[in-house]
Design a protein around this ligand. Structure first.
Ligand code: C5P
Length: 236
């Protein structure tokens, strides 16, 4: 009996957090007693179907070592190989994993800035994509009416939302496919893994995400993420 493909999480956490407007990189923002990054890693490390979690931090990261990751340390590999862009950090992480994975193993790339990842989203990705040759992403159909603005914040157009989804993470791809995509794409242009895979001509699957799985982007998002995290902890 051969073992099935493994599921390895890869968390790029080498950003400087420029949109966040703080000197501290966003992934180290305190949230419910831990840095934001801890919660994203813990959601993955505690999931029984995730075999390992690798986090990519900047080579000169001066914050990681000052936090306590012992609760998840047994399943965590720390890779000091951050790049200039998120895509480059992910590519560097994939290169570092090369001798530990097979081309068919699954890589779940998850933002350090998404601390409230529900376990059910991981299950849905793994179950839906089990027989898929390529992979797919967590995403939500767009519910709001979309407006395109002009330079004066006036509505230039109403954009039809039919068929539009907002991409989340995890983005789950076969190692071989994702590695190939990120080795061949323009790292400065790609904003998510799916974009790189699409550029190879593949059509990744859309898998239902969760509204709680928000990305902490602006300082105002911290209060909402804290609230959601506490609500999720009391419901489990
Ligand atoms: O800035 P943004 O929220 O889009 O970053 C998404 C994720 O990519 C974060 O986890 C961030 O730390 C990571 N990142 C990275 N290397 C970079 C830029 C961003 O690992 N050079």
């Amino acid at each position: 009996m051969s073992a099935g493909p493994r599921h390895i999480a890869l968390v790029p956490a080498a950003g400087s957090g420029s949109r966040f407007g703080a000197a501290l990189p966003k992934q180290y923002t305190p949230l419910a007693g831990h840095p934001l990054l801890f919660h994203a890693l813990a959601a993955l490390a505690r999931h029984p179907r995730i075999d390992r979690v690798a986090v990519v931090i900047s080579a000169d990261d001066e914050w990681f070592a000052s936090h306590d990751f012992t609760a998840i340390a047994g399943r965590l590999d720390v890779l000091r190989r951050g790049g200039d862009t998120r895509a480059e950090s992910v590519r560097n992480g994939l290169r570092a994993l090369e001798s530990h994975v097979d081309a068919h193993d699954w890589i779940l790339v998850h933002d350090a800035a998404r601390p409230c990842l529900p376990a059910v989203v991981i299950d849905r990705l793994i179950d839906t994509l089990a027989d898929d040759a390529i992979g797919g992403i967590a995403a939500l159909p767009v519910a709001d009416t979309l407006k395109r603005s002009d330079a004066d914040s006036r509505i230039e157009a109403t954009v039809p939302r039919a068929g539009l989804w907002a991409a989340q993470t995890p983005q789950m791809f076969r190692y071989g496919v994702l590695r190939d995509a990120l080795e061949r794409c323009d790292l400065a242009v790609v904003t998510d893994e799916a974009g790189a895979v699409e550029a190879l001509g593949h059509a990744p699957r859309l898998v239902e995400g969760d509204p709680a799985n928000l990305k902490v982007t602006y300082a105002r998002d911290v209060a909402l993420a804290t609230h959601l995290l506490q609500a999720m902890e009391t419901s489990t």
